[in-house]
Design a protein around this ligand. Structure first.
Ligand code: JA5
Length: 456
């Protein structure tokens, strides 16, 4: 690839002759020429600027000088090998008003045969220069970020380095291209470490010394997701669904990002509010039937909803914070799921059902009575994040000063998906119980999980 740079400060580009790029220039892999714009002036003072028409501060670069310079530089060298197709020529002009320079644009420009970079100074180059050359060749006005520079030179250095390192034979190890930030993964890079293992009281994460490749890969992926969520939330909106595994989705949901069929949405896990009784009742009525056995009569389901999941009942739950804990998954302002936990009023209050008390020996113990997530949010990591947040909140709760020792729940014995979900969250099957919905008696599996209060 051939690159020509035109500037009133050609010395600015000397650092490009260092390191990997310097070697590529020296051995001809990259043909770099830097030109002084003033070589195309015709007056005694070598003038390149004039006052802005229409008024205003500063000076504007003259189109005639730039026209002659670019005409020469673009046409002066054959950008075509003898007998070959005409090369692809691109005129790149750095300007804070340009399109953002991304790795995608860099990759595109790196495929050109001849790149000419025109560096402005003062208030910029007369707009007709870009307009005129766009009649003949590709013109890209680009920006390297939302900040102000005194001229285009620094942005030209950036472009030469970004494009140059993609030329074949410039990089020592082309494999490192695939893994880096802004590569195909669409995520920022994970943090990296080397020896010494302990430095300034900081130690390298154990997992990196474990030799366990799958765990190392998972750890790195989690850190990349975490960094991207915190530093570049905008990048998530551009991530495609097929770039995320189920594990990724769970990690992201915990970081406050849920992947929905409609795209990524902010996820907030918080306590339900008094004014949300009606919305919670609607959500409950929508989600409860999904958790019921298939053969259960619709009348029984409706009766249960009327008795236990009405707006009035939710008002009761929300108004009695000593007895009930309602956590909601707030997905960009919409309720996507909730948990209802029942807390004991005294330290030794047993679970209300005798068959449960028999297999749940620890006290004080809470019941995770409901965890429902709207079907459209299934697979987005919301359920996992909601359960995590609930277990976290319960672990912080005390009953008359005594931390909760555990939480139990009953789930339909034949719902294998639910059982696997609870087992993954640290619950253990401890027994069974009978559960009445309307006129029917259902078999429930009883699960128990210990809670550990976090250090205060
Ligand atoms: C200033 C005459 O993207 C940051 C940039 C700032 C800046 C650029 S690119 N070009 C110029 C310039 O000033 O040409």
């Amino acid at each position: 690839m051939r690159i020509d740079v035109v500037s009133i400060f050609p010395e600015y580009f000397e650092p490009l002759r260092l390191s990997l790029l310097g070697r590529a220039i020296a051995d001809g892999t990259l043909q770099l020429s830097v030109h002084d714009l003033r070589d195309w002036t015709t007056d005694r003072h070598r003038t390149v600027d004039d006052t802005p028409l229409g008024g205003g501060a500063g000076m504007v670069m003259k189109p005639d000088v730039w026209g002659r310079a670019l005409e020469d530089v673009l046409g002066g060298h054959e950008s075509t090998a003898a007998g070959a197709r005409p090369g692809r020529r691109v005129l790149a002009i750095p300007t804070p008003a340009g399109t953002p320079l991304t790795q995608r644009l860099v990759e595109d420009l790196a495929a050109a045969d001849h790149l000419v970079i025109a560096c402005g100074r003062y208030e910029g180059i007369d707009a007709r220069v870009a307009e005129h050359f766009a009649r003949h060749i590709e013109v890209v006005e680009y920006s390297i970020g939302d900040y102000v520079l005194n001229g285009g030179e620094a942005a030209a250095l950036v472009l030469v380095e970004a494009v140059g390192r993609l030329q074949e034979g410039v990089l020592g190890n082309p494999e490192s291209l695939a893994e880096e930030s802004h590569g195909a993964a669409g995520l920022l890079e994970y943090p990296v470490y080397t020896r010494p293992v302990s430095w300034q009281g900081l130690t390298v994460p154990d997992v990196l010394l474990s030799g366990h490749h799958a765990r190392i890969a998972r750890w790195r992926r989690d850190r990349a997701l975490e960094r991207t969520a915190h530093r570049r939330p905008d990048m998530f909106t551009r991530l495609r669904g097929d770039q995320l595994t189920w594990e990724d989705r769970e990690v992201l949901a915990r970081l406050g990002w849920a992947r929905t069929p409609a795209g990524p949405r902010r996820l907030v896990l918080r306590e339900g509010r008094a004014e949300e009784a009606a919305a919670l009742s609607r959500l409950a009525a929508e989600t409860f039937p999904m958790a019921c056995p298939e053969r259960m009569p619709a009348e029984d389901i409706e009766a249960f909803i009327r008795a236990n999941l009405s707006p009035g009942r939710f008002s009761d739950y929300l108004g009695d914070g000593d007895r009930y804990l309602i956590l909601v998954a707030d997905l960009a302002g919409d309720l996507a799921g909730y948990t209802l936990s029942v807390l004991p009023r005294t330290v030794d209050e047993p679970p209300y059902a005798e068959d449960v008390a028999a297999v749940v020996p620890i006290r004080p113990v809470a019941e995770l009575s409901k965890i429902y997530v709207r079907a459209s949010a299934h697979g987005s990591g919301v359920s996992q994040a909601l359960l995590d947040a609930t277990l976290d909140a319960l672990a912080r709760r005390t009953v008359l000063g005594v931390p909760l020792a555990g939480v139990w729940l009953g789930t339909n014995a034949r719902n294998r998906r639910a059982r696997a979900f609870y087992e993954r969250a640290g619950f253990t099957l401890v027994g069974g119980r009978r559960f009445q919905v309307g006129g029917r008696v259902e078999d429930d599996a009883v699960f128990l999980r210990a809670l550990v209060a976090p250090p205060s």
